[in-house]
Design a protein around this ligand. Sequence first.
Ligand code: ADP
Length: 265
Amino acid sequence: MSIIDCKHLSISYEGRTIVRDVSFSISAGDYLCIVGENGSGKTTLMRTLLGLKKPDSGQVLFGDGCNVGGTADASCKQNHKIGYLPQKSNLQKDFPASVMEIVLSGTLNESGLFYTRKQKKKAISAMESLGILDLKKQSFMELSGGQQQRVLLARALCATEDILFLDEPVAGLDPKVTLEMYEMIRTLNEIGITIVMISHDIEAALEYSNHILHLNKDVDFFGTTEEYKKTELCEHYLCHIPDHLHHDDDCEICNERREHDQDHC
Ligand code: ADP
């Protein structure tokens, strides 16, 4: 059964159409990767699903019939607690707070001014499951990029037990830390959390997801990852990942991809 159903979504900025007539659905337990070239509207679509941007037309229906399309309100968002890890920004690394404070802030949609014991327990449990409990008193600013991403993932986890939206969660991380993040996300999916992830890393998307949405303003493909692998679109996309998105020469996946490119493109 689908928990999020997008019907004919069109979204624009200042009269410029960014996403056009996009329909797809997400079922409980899915691991959906949204792929596509830069500027194809992936983040805009995710922000719309979160109720942060209004679509021009179409609907985002949640499992209980709640409609975010154009009518996002507090009670609707409350019913559909989505943990969100936004795209990395420069602001993020200079955030002056402790790890515990940042993770706890993920529970903010639950209560008023003060954190309850239940919220603190939740934050500790999230940190424990992501292996960062020993960092809880440290300043966020002093952490490595990989540790910061784990903290932000723990924060997102505090906001939900159901759905995580991740916007390029491994951008800028080295291959080892990238792999650790992917494995962590896989584990979260295995315990039943639905994952919706924007990714530039098509190899990883093919390995970890069970559904792919390939966006290019319209939907170029939506379906299972196994079906996607058989398409020319996938073959073409594998061959045209911009060089700057490849990792360094030590990355096995990238080396394999380079060999593949030489043979096929
Ligand atoms: P992607 O995530 O696929 O790289 P985005 O959704 O970030 O794409 O952006 C799609 C297009 O929307 C881009 O051309 C971008 O410039 C434009 N855009 C994104 N955010 C805004 C905004 N706040 N105001 C105006 N245009 C925007």
